[in-house]
Design a protein around this ligand. Structure first.
Ligand SMILES: COc1ccc(N2C[C@H](O)c3cc(S(N)(=O)=O)sc3S2(=O)=O)cc1
Ligand SMILES: [Zn+2]
Length: 256
């Protein structure tokens, strides 16, 4: 009952009962309408310098597929763009749908992508991750849209051995930079985690150019299960939060 009450089972409309931030005025995801976007010429390029050796494991936590990195020092960092200072890469994960026509959290001019990959970084000036959560400049998430096409790009090869909730496997010598598209163009706005506790501590950096994944890669993502190994099969799909109100926020772009 406690689990049901914390909204993870009842879903997004109940999260605010345990996480009041879920009804804040800087929630994510949002729809980005190009007509309302403001180009900001002061927004420079962002730079990621990731150490492939920082990658540790890939796991299925029943809600997403996550790769975790060693963030005990400035080993894999993101800087530039809208950010001040170097933010440490902590983990990456994905949100996806039950079919190719939806699955992303952010929506661009009405377009929903098949999936959205999030690279989560935190600002070490706040001491640790828990401290960073409480700061408006505490966390930076790079969002990359995935679209399905015949062209083949290997994402997260290790999905095979984390089929059920709780499964974890080594995931080493992995440089997440290979996931970046050619263009560095991005939108940026201030928002929140798209899952509880929905803290409004995130500088979102959404890449304009989607990356392409093959149908079988998407099928692999959709073959993950929410359930544990010996429980009834409950496919892990549609782990995206519905759109949240923009509430007057301005989305800026690095491009015209
Ligand atoms: C105690 O507060 C916490 C806050 C956040 C987290 N994490 C797990 C969340 O699911 C979550 C969701 C993220 S998203 N979809 O990019 O907005 S990023 C992220 S997390 O890995 O930082 C853990 C504890
Ligand atoms: Zn996410």
């Amino acid at each position: 009952d406690r689990i049901a009450r914390n909204g993870l089972i009842w879903g997004p409309d109940h999260w605010h009962e345990n996480y009041p931030m879920a009804k804040g005025d800087k929630q994510s995801p949002i729809e980005i309408n190009s007509k309302d976007v403001q180009h900001d010429s002061s927004l420079g390029p962002w730079h990621a310098s990731y150490d492939p050796g920082a990658a540790k494991t890939i796991l299925n936590n029943g809600r997403t597929c996550r790769v975790v990195f060693d963030d005990t020092f400035d080993r894999s960092v993101l800087r530039g763009g809208p950010l001040t200072g170097a933010y440490r890469l902590r983990q990456l994960h994905l949100h996806w749908g039950s079919s190719d026509d939806h699955g992303s959290e952010h929506v661009i001019d009405g377009v929903k992508y098949a999936a959205e990959l999030h690279m989560v970084h935190w600002n070490p000036k706040h001491g640790n991750f828990a401290g960073a959560l409480k700061q408006p400049d505490g966390v930076a998430v790079v969002g990359i849209f995935l679209k399905v096409s015949g062209k083949y790009s290997r994402i997260l090869q290790g999905i095979d051995n984390i089929k059920t909730k709780g499964k974890e496997a080594p995931f080493q010598h992995f440089d997440p930079s290979i996931l970046f598209p050619k263009s560095r163009d991005y939108w940026t706005y201030h928002g929140s985690f798209t899952t509880p506790p929905c803290e409004e501590c995130i500088t979102w950096i959404l890449l304009r150019e989607p990356i392409e994944v093959s149908p079988d890669q998407m099928a692999k993502l959709r073959s993950l299960s929410k359930n544990g190994e010996n429980e009834p099969v409950n496919p892990l799909v549609d782990n995206w939060r519905p759109l949240q109100p923009v509430k007057g926020r301005v989305v800026r772009s690095s491009f015209k």
